[in-house]
Design a protein around this ligand. Structure first.
Ligand code: ZN
Length: 404
């Protein structure tokens, strides 16, 4: 006996085992038992249930997954944005104390409670947009203690927002001012203290780095990855966003869950990711906010069979984006993804990018009952509307969390 049956629905299961676009089932139903999907298929074959909800033909999809965010931070950079729009140069903004280090300072000064509270607000906004699972990176604390504070805040905020979360340590995000003249010492601190401490306390699932000419080198990234693997953590990487540093090759060599951004990756990097099964996480919000012009090579990812995910990259500097639907719209319009690739990029492939493909991302028996119900006539509408406001109903682990 099911706990709940959602029926009289059209399903976009996103299950590759079901032939046809979106893995769609026309007259479908989804059954929930003990927080898991116990049935997803033709309504006529559904088992009996204690409660039945008739959806009037609405579309049901897996709940969305935002697999790349930096949503715990102090302050924001709206004043800096305004100054830039009024003509201030990056140099002037940096001299006035702007840029990422201003977020680092505000984050260090913020209490744990303040960080949790502001993060809950952002999580709830994503949730109203249909997100059940979110990845949250650190990277604005940079000292071992401040990175831990940020990861603790991320876990607490997700718990209060009743969302599934994966946490990622991004200590190699920026060089902290106190190490401005000794980057080797900072990398050593991260490898020998921050990573082991965070792993020992179970505060993160993965380690990430900003591998870039203005971030960290390939060798510095390799050292952090080696430390991560030694301490049992997965790895993922900000790679090839502004230049081709071959970070994607390094990520593939470490069997990274994902390499993210990738506007400047070449075909060798794409082939290496394909061989390693590393997911390409595309982040159109940063591309848009930075007014970039070089797009990620979507055709190469398709040709080599690299799974593509999409995420908001929600962060205070380069992608203050609170809408998962806007990420899908931008993925389609700016990067040329199909609407089906966009939805797959925020469900099935986003789950893979977090190592959660056996837990969520597809409407399939056995997975968590993370389910969104939408008032739309076609799943392409989720990328077609420029910032669709979100589903009518959102279930997370079988619990109805949102209802509009
Ligand atoms: Zn990022």
């Amino acid at each position: 006996m099911l706990d709940l049956l959602l029926t009289d629905a059209r399903l976009a299961t996103m299950d590759l085992a079901i032939a046809g676009p979106y893995g769609a089932i026309a007259a479908g139903a989804v059954g929930i038992r003990n927080g898991r999907i116990a049935f997803a298929g033709p309504a006529a074959e559904a088992p009996p249930a204690r409660h039945v909800e008739f959806l009037g033909g609405r579309w049901v999809t897996p709940a969305l997954i935002d697999c790349h965010t930096h949503l715990v931070f102090g302050g924001n950079r709206a004043a800096e944005f305004e100054a830039r729009q009024k003509g201030a140069t990056y140099e002037e903004i940096a001299r006035a104390g702007g840029g990422i280090l201003s977020t680092v300072q505000a984050t260090r000064e913020a209490s744990l409670e303040d960080l949790v509270e502001s993060a809950i607000g952002r999580l709830e906004t994503l949730r109203r947009g249909g997100v059940a699972t979110v990845e949250i990176k650190s990277g604005y604390g940079l000292t071992p203690g401040d990175e831990e504070k940020l990861l603790i805040a991320a876990g607490e905020a997700a718990r209060v927002a009743r969302m599934r979360a994966k946490r990622t340590l991004l200590a190699l995000h920026a060089l902290p001012p106190e190490y401005a003249h000794d980057r080797a010492a900072y990398v050593r601190l991260v490898c020998e203290r921050t990573i082991p401490d965070v792993a020992a306390r179970g505060l993160a699932d993965a380690v990430d780095a900003f591998c870039e000419t203005i971030g960290f080198t390939l060798d510095e990234t390799r050292a952090a990855f080696a430390a991560a693997k030694k301490h049992g953590l997965d790895v993922k990487l900000h790679a090839e966003q502004l230049s081709d540093m071959k970070g994607s090759m390094l990520a593939a060599a470490f069997s990274a869950l994902s390499a993210d951004h990738l506007e400047h990756i070449d075909e060798t990097g794409v082939a290496a990711m394909a061989a390693a099964g590393t997911v390409a996480v595309l982040l159109p919000g940063a591309f848009y906010a930075l007014r970039e012009t070089v797009k990620p090579p979507v055709a190469l990812f398709r040709r080599h069979g690299v799974a593509m995910a999409l995420a908001t990259d929600l962060n205070p500097g380069t992608s203050p984006m609170l809408s998962p639907a806007l990420a899908m719209s931008m993925g389609a319009t700016l990067f040329g993804l199909t609407p089906e690739e966009c939805l797959g990029g925020m469900t099935r492939n986003a789950a893979r990018a977090l190592g959660l493909d056996h837990e969520c991302g597809v409407l399939k028996k056995g997975l968590a009952a993370d389910i969104a119900v939408w008032s739309i006539d076609h799943p392409a509408e989720l990328s077609y509307w420029i910032g669709h406001p979100g589903p009518d109903l959102l279930y997370i682990a079988g619990q109805k969390i949102e209802e509009r």
